[in-house]
Design a protein around this ligand. Structure first.
Ligand SMILES: Cc1ncc(CN)c(N)n1
Length: 224
């Protein structure tokens, strides 16, 4: 409880408890170098091709979240999550267009180790025994890391190269922020009604996403 007798949300407590790791995921040298204009373009291209492969895996995960949502007694969140699934079609087209622009051949790129690790994690969460609370929490924090990371690249004082502004807008826009806030409300509501073991698993998934996102930026920076 805070001073006003209002119970603080579970996610707010996690953000506090795991602040350092959240900062490492959302202020990583890779995205900070986009913001300060020192980005190594070969690293950017690596990120682009690896993220395309990531998003292809992400589609199946988000579809599984939608399915779980539809099985809830009140499926009021359905339209927000359906919008998320639909937007991934646009996102894949965006990657293909960017790849042409940057002369990256998406067809010849194998997924790197950290990407494969992330795929395995997403795959494990599509299983039917994973609760909706855990799945939707994972979805929210994955989107939020990108929103916060790329949002920072277009905040005041940025020196982001003009050719990278489109990328930063994609996840840093006010619209994407609103979408993440909607997901956040869904998560808080879902966790408030979830049993303690599901809340614990959701926190573990939250931390795991932060680790995997840090690994993804590292991989993009250095090919590890
Ligand atoms: C690795 C990663 N994390 C998050 C996102 C945002 N959907 C993404 N495209 N790629």
């Amino acid at each position: 409880m805070d001073g006003s007798g209002v119970e603080a949300s579970t996610t707010a407590a996690w953000m506090e408890r795991h602040r350092q790791m959240y900062e490492r995921a959302t202020r990583h040298p890779f995205t900070v170098s986009i913001r300060d204009g020192t980005i190594d373009l070969s690293a950017f291209k690596r990120w682009l091709s690896q993220d395309y492969l990531f998003v292809r895996e992400f589609v199946a995960f988000v579809a599984s979240v939608l399915l779980k949502c539809c099985k809830q007694e009140d499926s009021l969140d359905m339209e927000i999550i359906l919008g998320g699934v639909a937007s991934l079609s646009d996102e894949l087209s965006w990657f293909k267009n960017e790849a042409v622009k940057w002369d990256v051949d998406l067809a010849s790129v194998p997924p790197l180790k950290s990407n494969l690790e992330y795929h395995r994690f997403l795959g494990s969460l599509t299983e039917p025994e994973i609760s909706y609370a855990v799945a939707v929490t994972t979805f929210w924090i994955i989107e939020t890391v990108y929103q916060d990371s790329f949002g920072f690249c277009i905040e005041e004082g940025n020196k982001t190269p003009p050719e990278l502004l489109g990328t930063c807008q994609r996840w840093g826009s006010a619209e994407f922020k609103q979408y993440c806030q909607s997901l956040h409300r869904i998560v808080d509501h879902s966790l408030a009604n979830a049993p303690a073991d599901a809340v614990k698993s959701a926190e573990e998934a939250f931390v795991r996403v932060l680790e995997l996102e840090i690994g993804f930026w590292e991989m993009s920076s250095s090919q590890s």
